[in-house]
Design a protein around this ligand. Structure first.
Ligand SMILES: [Zn+2]
Length: 305
């Protein structure tokens, strides 16, 4: 994609501290010189997953001319109508821990551009980039595979299509499917039956949501579920105007609902004027079958009286 880009700053304690505070990682080997010296590392190390932070370009705009091959490729895909982008996967490999004072460079190559693929988001091309990170001695310290999908967004119904002629009557795209796992499948199966289920630790009986394999309180891997009464209140909310995904109606009210049982979940809030939504508003669950396969809980204000 171009010559290796040197990181703006060497690996330093200030950036590490901000990063571990932001993610809530309290491992002392990242911030406490004494504890780090007594550890297997012998000195402070940077969290490995912080890798990208060292050599990211940040918000500085690239010069209008003389961009990288990646910029050229993105412009070509844009011109071909693949104007939307979503990151699909990222894999990092670490050769060693990074220490204070290491100064990285990042060299990126475009590893592959797929043929046009049909995806749930629209037709598009997967672009895979490989970034190799080296230190001040030219030794490789890590590498990263980063894949994006550049896709053609569906045209909103009624939007002029510039004379291509065949658009405008497309069926509405289906709502995105949840990524089902052995931990969360119960929630969506329950919703399909019109039941709002909450995961419960079988050892200490605490409730938790979103579903996950281990109880954060007693570390038990045993769990069952309880059916929620379906009543709660708006703990927080956002009203989404943009960007718009065709499967949804806008403005889209997205609420963080606190159930009477104490757990919170993110859900659509329906049956209310977006301007009328308030924190603390009493709501109750309803179940909407968006299509034959997908039924999800939504919440609506509790009817007065
Ligand atoms: Zn527990």
């Amino acid at each position: 994609m171009g010559p290796p880009e040197p990181a703006p700053d060497p690996v330093n304690q200030a950036m590490i501290r901000h990063w571990v505070e932001a993610v809530g990682d309290r491992n002392p080997v990242y911030v406490d010189a004494e504890a780090a010296a007594a550890s297997v590392h012998g000195q402070v190390v940077a969290p490995p997953v912080m890798l990208q932070a060292w050599a990211m370009r940040g918000l500085r705009p690239r010069p209008p001319a003389g961009g990288t091959a990646q910029d050229e490729l993105m412009a070509l895909l844009d011109e071909a109508g693949f104007t939307s982008v979503v990151a699909t996967n990222c894999e990092q490999d670490y050769d060693r821990y990074l220490h204070i004072g290491d100064h990285l460079s990042a060299a990126a190559v475009i590893e592959s551009v797929s043929d046009e693929k049909g995806t749930a988001l629209g037709p598009g091309h997967f672009v895979t980039t490989r970034i190799t990170y080296t230190d001040q001695h030219g030794e490789r310290v890590a590498s990263m595979l980063f894949r994006i999908l550049k896709f053609r967004p569906p045209q909103p119904a009624g939007a002029g299509s510039g004379g291509k002629g065949e658009e405008g009557a497309q069926p509405r795209p289906r709502r995105p499917r949840p990524a089902l796992t052995q931990d969360n499948a119960f929630f969506f199966e329950g919703a399909h039956q019109g039941r709002l289920l909450i995961q419960r630790c079988a050892s200490c009986l605490r409730l938790r949501h979103p579903p996950r394999p281990m109880c954060p309180h007693c570390r038990s891997l045993e769990w069952d579920t309880v059916e929620a009464g379906g009543r709660g209140s708006v703990y927080s909310y956002v009203i989404n105007h943009h960007p718009q995904v065709p499967a949804f109606d806008y403005p889209l009210v997205i609420a963080l609902v606190e159930l009477e049982e104490g757990t919170r979940l993110v859900s659509d809030l329906v049956g209310v004027d977006p301007g009328e939504v308030q924190v603390g508003m009493a709501v109750e669950v309803d179940f909407v079958a968006f299509d034959d396969e997908l039924t999800l809980p939504v919440f609506r204000p509790v009817a007065a009286g």
